[in-house]
Design a binder for this molecule. Structure first.
Ligand SMILES: Cc1cc2nc3c(=O)[nH]c(=O)nc-3n(C[C@H](O)[C@H](O)[C@H](O)COP(=O)(O)OP(=O)(O)OC[C@H]3O[C@@H](n4cnc5c(N)ncnc54)[C@H](O)[C@@H]3O)c2cc1C
Length: 446
């Protein structure tokens, strides 16, 4: 480390982890370079709202440059990291190699198709703003195509929406889709009845929201069923194709299929050349650094880190935030001459978990306190508004939610891009000529 210039901290990824690390280093005697392949930070917990036309992208994302503009020692580069040379201490990008004294790798994770990447075009997952807009396009387009087909007297089969994976993302997508069908779109179509749409949530494991305790899982499933979602647990998807999902011998036709199962860490983790787990997460040391390289930290969804009790930490925003702040604190401490071999271990403070299901439906687990329904939903609303980046976004989202709570409206119902729906022509037009396929039964809708 050259003592005449300030040490350089390079942070790859401006998600929850990277951004919090950068902000915590703002006043430290270091130069910080934040590299991200997007120009914006995305508040991923609200992506489903963009996917279901409740919010617009600008309300849940903000330019990284603008978030960090007050910090003179922080620069932001729009670039994709492609690899590392740990001996020379550089991050490789297509344009240049960026040297570092400390590296914080916070490149996150994405959805995984259990080795069936060919399913992705038929069943998009939700990770980025682009994914959310594609899901919104498909969902809204399905209603338009059904209306057009029905108006032409060709078919009035109900629309099927299939969501694979009943973790928090699958649950919130299913609940909100049901709300759209039963409320937001009523009175707007003439040839079809959107409320006849079937929402099916398929889960390979025995219960929905498996990370929550059994009573909250059961409550979440009941709340989903009340919203009109059919839930099939212990059901493995064996094939996804244009307009259809197979579970064993059952072939389910679907106008829209959404993928909310499986997580794979960013491929950047493997490029460090240190051990990773099955999901590609880097097996970090207790101080979140990697073996033999105390100057390299991995945080957030890309890190396989354990809590103080030896339990693997979940890929959630609070973990990434606390890890980002922790490594920034370690770096600041070492700049004041503390030795790397005297580092404390990372301790996670679990403040609880919240998952929303739909309008006035949610579950919350704060230690031994378990809440379901309206109160859990209010807590969820409060926390998500509080943590949104920027006062403007907080205000806008609050107004949007208050408005749609009263009116049931969803204000961002724009179909942008192509008007092709994968599987529509293959399945719907031939279905119109065939006897009805297996019926997907709804729960007790309103
Ligand atoms: C749909 C959805 C809903 C969620 N809901 C919740 C919730 O309700 N509560 C909760 O706590 N958590 C939720 N999560 C999880 C939470 O968002 C993640 O745990 C958190 O974002 C992880 O933060 P991170 O900093 O590790 O990665 P991310 O926030 O994913 O950020 C990674 C960043 O790295 C950048 N990047 C990736 N690769 C490169 C590269 N090669 N070069 C340069 N930049 C790169 C990306 O552009 C991105 O900005 C949700 C996630 C999703 C997808």
């Amino acid at each position: 480390m050259n003592s005449k210039v300030k040490p350089r901290v390079v942070i790859v990824g401006a998600g929850f982890g990277g951004l919090n690390a950068a902000q915590s280093l703002a006043k430290a005697p270091v130069q910080v370079t934040v590299i991200d392949r997007k120009n914006h930070h995305t508040f991923q917990p609200l992506l489903y709202q963009v996917a279901t036309a409740g919010l617009s992208p600008g309300e849940i994302a903000a330019p990284i440059r603008s978030i960090l503009r007050a910090h003179d020692n922080v620069e932001v580069l729009l670039a994709e990291a492609t690899g590392f040379d740990l001996d020379r201490r550089v991050v490789e990008t297509a344009e240049s190699n960026i040297p570092y004294d400390y590296l914080i790798l916070a490149a996150g994770a994405s959805h995984a198709y259990f080795g069936h990447e060919e399913w992705e075009p038929f069943a998009p997952g939700l990770k980025t703003i682009e994914d959310a807009l594609e899901i919104r396009r498909r969902v809204l387009l399905a209603f338009e195509l059904a209306e057009r087909q029905s108006a032409a007297g060709k078919s009035d089969l109900p629309l099927n929406f299939v969501i694979v994976g009943a973790g928090p993302t699958g649950v919130e997508l299913a609940g909100t889709l049901s709300e759209i069908c039963h409320h937001a779109l009523t009175h707007e179509f003439r040839a079809i009845d959107p409320a006849r749409a079937h929402i099916l949530l398929i889960e390979g494991g025995p219960r929905v929201l498996a990370a929550y305790s059994g009573d909250l899982s059961r409550s979440a499933q009941e709340q989903l069923q009340r919203l009109g979602v059919e839930v099939r647990t212990s059901t493995m998807v064996t094939q996804v194709e244009a307009g259809a999902v197979c579970t064993g011998n059952t072939h389910l036709e679907a106008a829209v299929i959404l993928w909310a199962a499986g997580v794979a860490a960013s491929p950047l983790g493997k490029k460090l050349g240190v051990p990773v787990d099955r999901a590609g997460r880097v097996l970090v040391q207790p101080d979140l650094s990697i073996p033999q390289h105390p100057e390299v930290f991995v945080i957030g969804d890309l890190a396989a880190a354990k809590d103080q009790h030896g339990k693997m930490l979940a890929g959630v925003a609070p973990v990434a935030i606390q890890e980002g702040r922790f490594v920034a604190k370690l770096i600041r401490r070492e700049l004041k001459a503390a030795k790397a071999d005297s580092r404390p271990a990372f301790h996670y403070w679990d403040k609880g978990s919240l998952a929303t299901i739909g309008r006035a439906a949610a579950v919350a687990e704060f230690g031994k306190i378990h809440i379901s329904g309206f109160l859990a939903w209010l807590s969820w609303l409060f926390v998500h508004i509080l943590f949104l980046i920027g006062f403007r976004n907080r205000l806008l989202v609050f107004i949007q939610w208050a408005w749609s709570y009263v009116t049931y409206e969803r204000g961002a119902r724009l179909i942008t891009g192509s008007t092709d729906l994968p599987g529509w022509t293959q399945v719907r037009q031939s279905a119109a000529a065939k006897p009805a396929p297996e019926e997907i039964h709804t729960g007790s809708a309103k």
